[in-house]
Design a protein around this ligand. Sequence first.
Ligand code: GDP
Length: 298
Amino acid sequence: FARLKAGLAKTRDNIVESFTDVFGASHIDDDFYENLEETFIMADMGYETTEKVIEGLKQKVEDSHIKEPAACKELVINIIKNQMSVDDSAYDFENKKSVVLVIGVNGVGKTTTIGKLAAQYRQRGKKVLMAAADTFRAAAIDQLKTWADRAQVDIISHNEGADPAAVVYDAVAAAKARDTDILLVDTAGRLHNKKNLMDELAKMRRIITRDYPEANVEALIVLDGTTGQNALEQARQFSNVTELDGIVITKLDGTAKGGIAIAIQAELDVPVKFIGVGEKIGDLQRFDPQEYVNALFA
Ligand code: GDP
């Protein structure tokens, strides 16, 4: 929890400072609600989620005849937590053979996240394999190889320009032969080329379900937390292209707008699974909504 708090320091510092002002006010009036709203918008919690939280608070204040701003802080924190509860029981690549299709546009931290995930699961005694199915750029393949070395896991790759489905085909064969627990597939995130992307991902899924029916297939989307509401929009667009099972939000250490994770969790029907709070191999944490809210606000 201390590491999470440290990772989110930029957002937390801003929020804590403005919470001191907001909840230190003498009356619950329009100014109070406006200042609270401003704090959430500033942290990129998004308009929709912010409005819901403010409305929820107004209702509670009225129902419980609360007069003191200071008494609202706990209420607010609990209302936010309630906004974020998502059933994530379906998402579990720990106990079954799994293939994780990792998607997201260039630069969001996809390769880094795959490297971090590989290292985490290997450390827990899982057999991990990577597949370099983003064959669009040679650099992407090389970068993934570097992370495979770092995480000390095997990687299946072809040359630049190869058919991504062919990489997946080979990777599935290797995963079966080597009794791999988790196969992490890097994919090209060309969102501007929706039709191709859709076909490519569908083809990969077909190969996996045909050749590896015993495995669980998950699609994990990686979003850059520093891009704020754009990240939310990207997730929406990708969900039109393929089914999404989980979200990773990266670079939350580099922004004062960490409220974006709350907006994403509250507004999409897909659970945030992991968050990136640094560039190093250990800087990926499991996302726990309750803990996250505590780290930002409490
Ligand atoms: P890709 O193009 O999506 O594969 O992105 P990369 O994995 O190459 O990452 C792009 C940049 O973001 C690199 O400089 C990474 O070190 C950086 N990065 C990735 N995740 C994080 C994170 O959680 N925090 C910070 N501060 N930087 C990150």
